[in-house]
Ligand binder design. Structure first.
Ligand SMILES: Nc1ncnc2c1ncn2[C@@H]1O[C@H](COP(=O)(O)OP(=O)(O)OP(=O)(O)O)[C@@H](O)[C@H]1O
Ligand SMILES: [Mg+2]
Length: 721
């Protein structure tokens, strides 16, 4: 996009606990990049005002949007008071449900169901897009009220996502943005820790908590390495960065983290209550005394935010009468007695309807989180590339916790700490700055190993029999993972790696395949040196689908496959030797996956395999591709202006959004990709304007009753009933 049309940059930080937007005009950015506006969200009675609102959405029974943020919380409190909760949908903290869906093996690239606070389910894509759409409309109203004569097309959006999100999660977010009427071409997705770092690099020294004013984070010279801990409500993301020359920041080590955000402390508190009162009582209290349950959790949230570690005072909360009454009526026991018999005996007291937690018990609620975060940081510091890391930058709302700050400082006494005053807004504001100047990151780390699925002449010594296939009467080894980028390797923007390949259609049975597209399969792996694409930890990442020139391939097809690193994306290109034609596919350059996430991805893959969904697809023998021996691995840099635009098609969009599509549609026969005819039909989308076929594959239908009717021309009709 031409920079001149980026008159305003707006960023959306969609957190698991809070969400909000920030923006700045181009002229403001040029004068002072830190001159960024946020909206102040307030509760109904105005006793709380924050720059990010609670990420809560209220819908009516017809699933129509009613309220967001504090307004939704306030309204829902009234609903609970009147016992009308069954007539509403109320979603809170739903970003974390995306993680859970990934861990449960859901195919989030399509859509999936998430439950509201009472277990009523709804399309995740719908609820996420409602939240983004609300923030978009809210900003537009604010601009209108300020009489800003700005057209929406002059707004550039930056949406931040956790750096441990998998690529389908990122694509899911982009689709939600599109559904919320954001123009995909004017949206960039940025990893949260990168945004935070961008912001803090500009921040003056007096805007950091307890800074000794000797070294400012801003003045970090080239070569200084630091760890960014972004502690939010749902997750803690940890990334390692290095100041590069000029304004640039390089990624030093793959991003990691886990579900160890501040909300986990609240969960631990509920577990403590369950331990004392019993799971059943707390469940009943939650179900039948909603407003009182909310009141108790809000009290705890406030105590958590205001706890002073040096005063060592007890944490005192009013225990709702309804809970005490429920417990004593149901069990016939006194609360004091229950506490005495629990593991918290002597550490928790019940006095004058108040529950008092000793500082020891309260701080113990942080133990797991502190352990996980410090272990992760230690792991990073032990890596040879990170040995000379000298500082930790702590951002995110949860970084404002004194306990977290002190525990991490104590664990790493030799490191210097930088904690900005408005840590919870660092991501949001950094994302605005990035929107104005996206060149802030020069190098990224490969979070996976990437390569091409290929074949080599079979060697009894080097290859196992299980991979032996016969081609043209000669033995070959199939499914070789030909590595182009290695996990944890530094890559520069615009860097290209390529490999020469030959596709052949020599055998009798291969002849009919000369009419089908060649599918160049790009694989990703968690391992540094995967040998076969069928190895543990390998997965199909993307495909470049190349249509035959003039409808039919020659017997031998020579070409080059290139992978280019383009910021948060990769561009795969197949260049035909014969015609020189280039076929491009743009796909995610994956954010990091922590080892736990990687193993969950593995189990998801395994579960899909057991359903027969992935396996056939991986071992497709549509063509026999070998690596050309003479020049296999070359590097070169290319200007980003050479990037090919992504193929797109609007005709299938409506269908992929709704999996229960019924009816018929026409697809180009050549682009139809039938995967397991009994379950799923995909189609590749043709970019008609550019005349190329992008490897964006859309799910057309998933049903047992798909009828394909041949028609006279090149198109094929699909009936789904
Ligand atoms: N002073 C404080 N002490 C302890 N916890 C705090 C403090 N201030 C905020 N928090 C916690 O920080 C979390 C919210 O942080 P933030 O707004 O950065 O999260 P988020 O962006 O919604 O979540 P995520 O980044 O994980 O998606 C909440 O769990 C909140 O309780
Ligand atoms: Mg956040």
């Amino acid at each position: 996009m031409d920079e001149d049309y980026k008159l305003l940059v707006a960023a959306i930080d969609f957190g698991s606990t809070t969400a909000g937007y920030a923006f700045s005009f181009r002229h403001e950015y040029r004068k002072d990049p830190l001159d960024i506006s946020t909206f102040l969200w307030t509760t109904g009675n105005h006793d709380i005002a924050t720059s990010k609102a609670p990420c809560s959405v209220l819908l009516d029974l017809e699933k129509r949007f009613i309220a967001f943020g504090y307004e939704a919380e306030d309204k829902y409190e009234g609903i609970l008071a009147n016992n009308l909760q069954d007539d509403w949908y109320y979603f809170k903290g739903f970003k974390m449900l995306l993680y859970k869906a990934i861990e449960n093996g859901e195919d989030i690239a399509r859509d999936f169901k998430i439950d509201d606070v009472r277990g009523k389910s709804m399309s995740a894509r719908r609820i996420f897009s409602i939240a983004i759409g609300y923030l978009r409309r809210h900003l537009l109203v604010q601009l209108r009220e300020r009489n800003v004569g700005l057209h929406e097309s002059e707004i550039w959006w930056t949406i931040t996502v956790p750096s441990i999100w998998t690529e389908p999660a990122k694509e899911f977010m982009m689709q939600c943005a599109e559904k919320a009427s954001l123009d995909r071409q004017k949206v960039s997705i940025l990893f949260e820790p990168e945004a935070a770092s961008i912001y803090c690099r500009l921040l003056p020294v007096d805007k950091f908590i307890g800074q000794n004013k000797v070294t400012s984070f801003k003045s970090f010279e080239a070569g200084r390495k630091y760890i960014v801990v972004d502690a939010g409500g749902g997750t803690v993301n940890i990334s390692t960065q290095e100041v590069s020359h000029g304004e640039e920041i390089d990624m030093l080590y793959k991003v990691s983290g886990g579900p160890w955000g501040g909300d986990k402390i609240n969960e631990e508190f509920i577990k403590l209550l369950c331990n004392v009162f019993g799971d059943d009582i707390i469940q009943q209290f939650r179900d039948f005394n909603g407003p009182d349950y909310l009141d108790l959790t809000r009290q705890f949230e406030l105590k958590k935010k205001t706890y002073n570690r040096f005063l060592k005072n007890d944490i005192v909360m009013r225990l709702p009468f309804e809970l005490c009454d429920l417990f004593e009526t149901y069990t016939g026991r006194k609360i004091e007695d229950a506490i005495c018999k629990s593991k918290y005996s002597g550490k928790i007291k019940f006095k004058k309807s108040k529950l008092c937690l000793s500082p020891e018990v309260f701080e113990y609620l942080y133990a797991d989180i502190v352990l996980n975060v410090t272990q992760e940081i230690r792991k990073i510091l032990n890596h040879p590339r990170c040995k000379d890391v000298s500082a930790i930058l702590m951002v995110g709302g949860f970084s404002e916790s004194e306990i977290l700050q002190l525990e991490i400082k104590n664990a790493f006494p030799d490191l210097q700490f930088f904690i900005p005053m408005e840590g919870g807004l660092a991501v949001l504001k950094g994302a605005v700055i990035y929107g104005h100047n996206p060149r802030t990151f020069g190098t990224r780390l490969c979070n996976f190993t990437y390569g091409v699925n290929a074949m080599l002449p079979f060697s009894k010594r080097r290859h196992p029999d299980s991979h032996r296939v016969i081609w043209n009467g000669k033995p070959y080894c199939s499914n070789i993972f030909r590595v182009l980028f290695i996990v944890n390797e530094e890559i520069k923007e615009g860097e290209v790696r390529s490999i020469r390949v030959i596709d052949a259609f020599d055998t009798e049975e291969a002849q009919e395949k000369r009419f089908s597209p060649i599918r160049v399969q790009i694989f990703a792996s968690d391992e540094e040196d995967p040998v076969y694409t069928t190895d543990e930890g390998c997965r199909l990442h993307a495909e470049i689908v190349v249509s035959p020139p003039d409808g039919k391939w020659p017997r031998r097809v020579f070409g080059t496959v290139e992978l280019e690193f383009a910021g948060t994306e990769m561009i795969g290109t197949y260049i035909s030797d014969d015609t020189g034609a280039k076929t491009c596919a743009r796909f995610e350059f994956l954010p990091s996956v922590s080892s736990s996430r990687a193993s969950s991805a593995r189990s998801r893959r395994d579960s899909l395999r057991s359903k027969g969904i992935v396996e056939n697809h991986f071992t497709s023998k549509a063509t026999l591709r070998t690596i050309q021996e003479e020049d296999t691995y070359s590097r070169k840099s290319r200007k980003s202006t050479e990037k090919k635009p992504m193929g797109s098609s609007v005709s299938l969009d409506t269908i992929s959004d709704d999996q229960s599509f019924k009816g018929s549609l026409m697809l180009n026969r050549g682009n139809l990709y039938k995967h397991n005819s009994r379950t799923t039909i995909y189609s590749d989308i043709e970019d008609k304007e550019k005349g190329s076929t992008a490897s964006l594959r859309k799910l057309v239908a998933s049903t047992t009753s798909i009828n394909t009717t041949d028609s006279d021309n090149d198109e094929i009709k699909i009936e789904v009933d």
